[in-house]
Design a protein around this ligand. Sequence first.
Ligand code: SAH
Length: 238
Amino acid sequence: MSIRIVLVETSHPGNIGAAARAMKNMGLTELVLVNPRYFPHPDATARASGADDLLDNARVTASLADAVADCVLVMGTSGRSRAIPWPSVSVRDAATRALSASRQGNVALVFGPEKNGLSNEDLDRCQLLVSIPTDPEFSSLNLGMAVQVAAYELRAQQSESLPAFESEAPPAAAAAIEHFHAELEALLLDVGFLDPDNPRHLMRRLRRLFARAAPDENEINILNGILNSVARDRRARS
Ligand code: SAH
């Protein structure tokens, strides 16, 4: 199943090319054009800069209904609030929903014409309205840039499910971490950074920091090695 980008009645062919480029950068391939004013057009090809295959494969339809007929989820993007409130989500939530729905069927993200955006009739065809957060005083993005932001959100959330970075060593065991914290505390007391009469939450904060870092065996060995050589050096100097 796929996530398609639908551009409705685009006036400037350059924006079609910019949208194709934005899509290809983010790994989207399916572009549908509803009644474009000019297409194909040299400006579209120029702005696509290398994403010509998306333009060549773009499907042109006479209506939005035709463009989204086979979709299980249709979402319309809009830069302004509407007379009638419509169920709305941010572009980030829209990407989450799109990725999840695309496991069941095709999904469409619909973008309106440059001048007036999607008509209310077009919005009727959309289950959800999607907005890109902006300064409310200046909320309308260029069409190609709006496609870029949406395509990026899809990409970013797709890569989140990629396998996490694999460390070359196993995670450090609790005992090794405890040893490190004991040595660190001893050193901080010794150098006077940790005041035993007023320890505050220093050791807890440091624990939290290292817990977040989740050191592996090699890394905790390096940290212990640093503490050992500082301690040895101090003994040698005293
Ligand atoms: N003047 C129009 C703006 C059209 S911009 C209006 O006020 O609606 C062209 C298209 O880019 C919009 O139809 C929408 O699909 C998209 N777009 C622009 N800004 C957006 C935003 N802040 N959030 C979501 N989509 C946006």
